[in-house]
Design a protein around this ligand. Structure first.
Ligand SMILES: [Zn+2]
Length: 273
């Protein structure tokens, strides 16, 4: 695909093309969700699934990401209360091809949000709601990775940054009584017991904070012009993995790479981390 740039050097996105491609892919994903989970769904979820397949147009590609100041790439159906997934590829300097590629990777997660919506209605505002949100993202992302692995293989999937959320889910799911698909895809109110796991939640947040501090230290071992990029990249890897194991070895091998044109080489090798 030809890369077009406007006068300011910013790449141009053909929003219509991106939206069409993403809607086709979203429909395929909804069909996979149907194949894997339909038997476990409540009547209400089955109705949602039917409507999504019938009406199409699941994804809206928005221009003007300034609507949301957090520069997020995607929002699920509840963000604008229209039941559609919104993508904002213009928050990054993408061209059409790259926008399709990157947004597609988040689609399984966003589509699963339609069906994994544990009821948090009885929770108190504040910490309990925060924990419920943290837990739900972990549950959705874990299922997204598993669905992807089952149908599309593991390697090309760039996961969302919910690794620590998945750790939290793995840790307490059985105790919460939310370990089976029958429960996850039903209307069960299992989050009402999440307040019992404050200690586990706080331990995960503490680990995440400590991990990120360690990564910051590691990044400072690199030449100054690379530090920021390296810090951002390893932060992303840690957040996706839910831990920092293996990152230090990779960084050490980068530090020892060839003497000539060292910085450039480090930088490009780094992209493949
Ligand atoms: Zn999510």
């Amino acid at each position: 695909m030809e890369k077009i740039e406007n006068q300011k050097g910013r790449k141009m996105i053909d929003y219509e093309v991106v939206e069409k491609e993403l809607n086709t892919e979203a429909r395929n994903i909804i069909l996979l969700i149907k194949e894997d989970y339909y038997q476990y769904m409540s009547q209400d979820k089955k109705r949602v699934l039917g409507e999504l397949l019938q009406n199409g147009n699941i994804v809206v590609v928005n221009q003007g990401a300034s609507y949301f100041k957090d520069r997020t790439l995607a929002h699920g159906g509840r963000a604008l209360k229209d039941g559609k997934i919104h993508f904002y590829p213009d928050v990054r300097n993408f061209d059409t091809e790259k926008a399709i590629y990157v947004c597609q990777k988040l689609l399984i997660h966003e589509c699963l949000h339609y069906f994994i919506q544990p009821d948090a209605i009885n929770l108190k505002d504040g910490l309990e709601k925060e924990m419920a949100g943290f837990y739900t993202e972990g549950l959705v992302e874990r299922e997204a990775r598993e669905l992807h692995a089952r149908h599309k293989g593991q390697s090309v999937f760039e996961e969302a940054n919910y690794g620590y959320n998945i750790c939290f889910v793995n840790k307490i799911q059985n105790e919460l009584g939310a370990s089976s698909y029958e429960v996850i895809f039903s209307e069960a109110d299992y989050l009402s017991r999440i307040a019992n796991y404050k200690a586990e939640y706080e331990a995960i947040l503490k680990t995440r904070k400590e991990d990120l501090a360690i990564l910051g230290e590691w990044a400072r071992k690199f030449p100054e012009n690379l530090q920021r990029r390296i810090a951002n990249r390893i932060r992303t890897i840690a957040l996706r993995n839910g831990g920092i194991s293996g990152i230090e070895e990779k960084l050490a091998s980068l530090q020892q790479s060839s003497p000539e044109n060292k910085e450039e080489r480090k930088s490009s090798e780094f992209e493949r981390l």
